[in-house]
Design a protein around this ligand. Structure first.
Ligand SMILES: Cc1cc2nc3c(=O)[nH]c(=O)nc-3n(C[C@H](O)[C@H](O)[C@H](O)COP(=O)(O)OP(=O)(O)OC[C@H]3O[C@@H](n4cnc5c(N)ncnc54)[C@H](O)[C@@H]3O)c2cc1C
Length: 467
């Protein structure tokens, strides 16, 4: 579909007039604001929309979408803009709905371990709000992303090995559909067999089916004891084998994160970590009772010994733990800081646990043989890892070489029964891998779904599936 199939949003156009009447100064066509919203934290060139809106309520979002639907104008929802696959670009023009001024925690039910938040609340904000309640929300992508954006990308993070991803932790949603209706999905009951599971259709839909305005989250009690440890290994293979055995042995670790020697070198420098060597490294965290944590740590210690792991370096105080995990969350920035004139491109495959060692080692060999000095970092407890390429988007040859290497990484993972994306999502960058992973017939059914939810293709068009 060409851009011209959609109405333009320009000064004096009926769409802009109607949006200005609704939102006043909370709609803007200022180029700096549009450019900021025209890209994520990725390597795609910015493609700004024609105007950016800042609603405060679900009802305002519904009115904005109704105006856009009436004039056939694309709508691109926007949280914190930290997505990594060109998700928030506006290839067909239209408007961006920035949800960050919808940032209220609406209700907390400590007795039921759940809460409801507006979509613009970030993962750190919700935990700050919950700080004195004894509860927390565990999903922690490296960036301090919005919960609406996290639901939309089916995000996960370092805690997913124990607590699951957004798929498991969203109980329900408030959504503005493509025709401007307000619907509520899911509910507060622990389980339900009532009809199609619309919550799980919107979770991971990347703004292509509707705008999420509220998210109902599952919460967890803060464990009695939390302990983090770092263990360094002689080789990447031994570190990975240690993870595989830990997971296969069923030890309920909360976090196991891998940094290869290069990633460790960059992280030590960027986050000023002291006392570690530039070796393949695992960061662990154990949650439970005092006795439970001791038992888990003992089991993992024995496994680490088998693979030549160093003595565990424990971080006991909350301050030290925060520093360690912030360093892990900042690994992407540690990698990108090395070549500040280039942009980062993170791969995101995930494979069955039995194939992890083979997949990571073949990937490392492939990148080195292709002339890339790329670090590897991974949520290896979830069997999900990232290779961080640095590229200059204007250097066509470099972009081609990176894309070819990424394609081999994806094809290898899919051939092993894995996926092209464990957590970052499809956006623009991975659309071509969907048929390879799911087959043409399954992708056709996704197209049917998209057309049923959004017949005029106004919701984040040009993403996820080619129509
Ligand atoms: C340093 C760094 C580390 C990261 N680490 C991780 C990680 O560990 N795990 C992980 O999963 N991801 C990670 N990411 C990727 C990113 O943080 C996640 O994809 C995150 O969920 C995006 O949230 P956001 O609020 O920034 O969404 P945005 O980037 O603003 O939007 C992402 C997509 O969701 C849509 N969207 C946003 N809000 C809404 C809404 N309210 N309703 C409907 N659609 C909406 C947008 O249209 C877009 O398609 C990382 C990114 C960076 C930069």
């Amino acid at each position: 579909m060409s851009k011209h199939a959609y109405a333009q949003v320009e000064s004096g156009s009926p769409v802009l007039d109607a949006l200005e009447e609704l939102l006043g100064e909370r709609v803007t066509t200022a180029m700096a604001v549009r450019e900021h919203h025209g890209r994520g934290e990725d390597y795609f060139k910015p493609v700004p929309s024609e105007a950016v809106c800042f609603p405060h309520t679900t009802e305002e979002v519904a009115e904005i979408v109704k105006i856009c639907a009436a004039h056939r104008v694309p709508v691109i929802p926007f949280g914190t803009g930290t997505s990594l696959e060109g998700h928030v670009t506006a290839p067909h023009g239209g408007i961006t709905i920035d949800l960050m001024q919808m940032n209220e925690v609406l209700e907390v039910h400590p007795e039921d371990l759940d809460c409801r938040v507006q979509a613009g609340v970030t993962r750190k904000q919700v935990n700050e709000y919950l700080r004195d309640t004894g509860m927390f929300f565990p999903i922690d992508p490296g960036a301090d992303a919005s919960l609406g954006g996290m639901a939309s990308t089916r995000a996960s993070g370092t805690n997913a090995v124990r607590y699951g991803t957004m798929k498991e932790n969203v109980l329900g949603l408030t959504v503005v559909t493509a025709d401007g209706k307000i619907i509520r999905t899911g509910g507060r009951a622990k389980k339900s067999a009532a009809g199609y599971d619309l919550t799980r259709i919107f979770v991971g839909s990347e703004g292509t089916l509707g705008v999420i305005t509220e998210v109902h989250l599952k919460l967890y009690g803060i464990p009695e004891k939390i302990a983090s440890a770092v263990c360094q290994y002689p080789s990447l293979g031994e570190a990975v084998d240690s993870v595989i055995l830990t997971i296969q042995a069923g030890v309920p670790v909360a976090r196991i994160e891998l940094l290869d020697a290069l990633m460790m070198e960059q992280t030590i420098a960027y986050s000023k970590l002291e006392g570690y060597e530039t070796k393949p490294t695992l960061f662990y965290e154990f949650h439970g009772t005092e006795a439970g944590v001791e038992e888990q740590a003992q089991l993992v210690r024995e496994i680490a010994d088998e693979f030549g792991g160093s003595a565990f370096q424990w971080t006991t105080s909350q301050e030290e733990r925060n520093k360690l995990w912030q360093a892990r969350h900042d690994a992407y920035y540690a990698g990108t800081s090395v070549e500040p004139t280039k942009l980062g491109m993170s791969t995101d495959v995930c494979v069955p646990i039995s194939r992890l060692a083979e997949c990571i080692l073949a990937t490392e060999q492939d990148t080195r043989a292709s002339g890339f000095d790329t670090p590897i970092v991974g949520h290896v407890g979830d069997v999900n890892f990232h290779v961080l390429f640095m590229l200059d988007p204007d250097d066509a040859d470099e972009v081609r070489r990176v894309k070819e290497c990424n394609q081999r990484i994806v094809e290898r993972a899919i051939a092993m029964g894995g996926t092209c994306t464990g957590e970052h999502g499809i956006g623009v960058g991975k659309m071509d891998y969907l048929p390879l992973e799911h087959g043409e017939d399954a992708v056709d059914l996704m197209r049917t779904l998209k057309r049923a939810y959004d017949p005029d293709n106004i919701m984040n068009p040009g993403k996820m599936v080619r129509l």
